[in-house]
Design a protein around this ligand. Sequence first.
Ligand code: ADP
Ligand code: MG
Length: 665
Amino acid sequence: EFAKSKSISQQRQYLPIYSVREELLKVVRENQVIVVVGETGSGKTTQLTQYLHEDGYTNSSIIGCTQPRRVAAMSVAKRVSEEMETELGDKVGYAIRFEDVTSPNTIIKYMTDGVLLRETLKDSDLDKYRVIIMDEAHERSLSTDVLFGILKKVVARRRDFKLIVTSATLNAKKFSDFFGGVPTFHIPGRTFHVNILYSKTPCEDYVEAAVKQAMTIHITSAPGDILIFMTGQDEIEAACYALAERMEQLITSTSKAVPKLLILPIYSQLPADLQAKIFQKAEDGARKCIVATNIAETSLTVDGIYYVIDTGYGKMKVYNSRMGMDALQMFPVSRAAADQRAGRAGRTGPGTCYRLFTESAYQNELLPNPVPEIQRTNLGNVVLLLKSLKIENLLDFDFMDPPPQENILNSMYQLWVLGALNNVGSLTEIGWKMVEFPLDPPLAKMLLMGEQLECINEVLTIVSMLSVPSVFFRPKDRAEESDAAREKFFVPESDHLTLLNVYQQWKANQYRGDWCNDHFLHLKGLRKAREVRSQLLDILKSLKIPLTSCGMEWDVVRKAICSAYFHNAARLKGVGEYVNCRNGMPCHLHPSSALYGLGYTPDYVVYHELVLTTKEYMQCVTAVEPHWLAELGPMFFSVKESDTSMLEHKKKQKEEKTAMEEEME
Ligand code: ADP
Ligand code: MG
C-alpha cells in the first residue's frame, strides 16, 4: 500500500504542472479569472483541482471542473479519487447526464459542461461553487460556449468566485480577451520530437491501411505502444477485429514466436470497465494497440505511446440546414487536430506519426482550426435554455462566436412546430415544462404528449430506451442468430414500440441478466434505460404529472410519438424509399427496421434520426396516420387529398377482400 501511494505521489511530482505549482496558485489568488495553457498530459485536469483543494479553496465550498466529454469526466474523477485515496463519489465525484456519483462529502466535482449548464437553471449564480475550472475549453463544445456567456455574468456578480479556463492549444488569447484581457498562465511543455510520415497517394480504405500499418509497426519496429485514430465505433470494431484476425493468421503461419499485441478499443459508448483498460500496463511485455475516436486527441492521455496512426478523419455533429437537422458526419480533421494527434506520440520519448493522407492534403485541404459546435449544430436545447433564463433576444446573448442567425431561426422554428414557442417566440406552457427535462426537445415533447394522451408510462419507457445506446447485441460471428432474436420483438408498425416491447418483456422476466443473454440484448444498456426511466419519473413526480397508462392500446402511443417528430415526417415514394414531407429530402427505410414485418410499406412514417452511411437511412421509424400529422402538427404537410383517399381506398379494398373470403368459406 505504501509503495503504491508513494509511486502515485511520485507520478504527481513528475508532471510538468508540478514545477510551477506555487506560481500558478499565486496567480489564481491574485486574479478572479485566468486562462491556463499547457500541453495535453501536463497535469491540468488531474492536478489543478487538487492544488486548489490543498490551497484551501474547499474549506467551505466546492470546486467544479467541466469536461466536454462524459468519458473524460468519469475517468478523470476516478483517477483523482485514487490519487487522493478516497472512494469515488466521496470527496471526489462526477456527474454526467442521468448519472450523479457525488455525495454531501464531495469537494471536487468533475462534470460534463452540459450538467453545469443545467445547474445554472436552478442556481443562476452557482453559489455552491467557489471555483469553476472550464477544462478543455479549446474543444468549443456547444455547452462550453454557452457557459462562457453565463459564467461571464457570474464573475461580474460574485466577487468571491473564481474561474479558470484551460486550453490545450494556443487559443488562449481569444479566451483571455473575452473576459477583458485576463492573465494567461503557461505550463512549460516537456515533449519529444515526433517524426511525421505522409501517405504518398490518397488512401482508399483507411481502415485497411491503418490495420496494415499497425501490423508493420508491430512486426518491424522497436517497442512502444500504438495509437490509431478512427472516426467511430463501427470502424473501431472493424479495425480491432481485423487486427485480431491478422495476428491469428501470423501465429498459425509461422513457427517463430510472434510478439504479443494487446488490442484495445476506446470510444464514448464503450462500457467504463473496458475503457479503463487503456490505462493499464500490458502483461508480459505485450505491445498495446489502442484504437480510438478523437476522444484520445486531448481528453484522455495514455503514457507510453510511440506510434500514432492518423486516418485524418473524425465525426462531427453538423446541423444541415437543408435537412433541418443535425447529422453525424465524417469530416477531414483540422490541421490543429492533426498536430494534436501527432503530439500523442511524443509524450514518453521521440515518436513517429503515420498520416494516412498526403502532405499536400494537409497543407491545402485541411482547415486550420475546427469549427466550434455552436456554429454547426441544432440549437434547440440552447434556445429553450436561454429563453427560460429570460434572454428574450438570443442575438443579444454574449456569444464568443455567435451562431449563424439562420441556425437560431431554424431552431426556433422547430421549437415553434413542437409547440414550445408561441407566435412571438416566447416559451409556452409546454415549453416551460420541456425545459425541466434533460432531453432533446423532441423527446421532451413526446413525454408531455404522453401526458395529454394518458399513456405516459409507455412513452416514458420509449424515451428512456432512446436515451441509451442500442440494446440489441449483434456479434459478427452470430449475426443471423441475433437478427432472428431481434425480430421476435418486432412490433411491425414501429421501431419505437419494438423498444417498448423489449423493455416490457425484460420487466416481465424480472429484469434478469440471463434472459438478456438468451435474447441477444445488452443487460448494461437495459439497466441504464431503467435508471434513466426512474430519474425521468422523479422529474414527472416533481411536476405533479401522474403516471397514466394506456395498457396495450398502442395506437395512442404512436400518436404521441408522431407529435414529437413533425420535422422528421416522411412520405412514401417507392419501395423502402421515402421523402421528408417538409423539404423533400430522400430518406430510406433501414433493412433492420421492424416495419419490414408489415409486409407493405406505410404511406407515412416519422423517424428518430437520419444516419448517413451509404444512403440516408432513417433510424427508429414509426408508421403514422396522415390525419395525425394534419391534426397535431402545423400545416406544412402536403398531405394530399389523394393520399387520404388512397388510404380509404386501400381500407375498402381490404374490407371487400375479407368479405369475399368470408363468403367463399
Ligand atoms: P492534461 O489535463 O494536462 O492533459 P491530465 O491531468 O489529464 O493532463 O493527465 C496527467 C497525467 O495523469 C497523464 O500522464 C495521464 O496519463 C495520467 N492519467 C490521467 N487519467 C488517468 C487514469 N484514469 N489512469 C491513469 N493515469 C491517468
Ligand atoms: Mg485535460
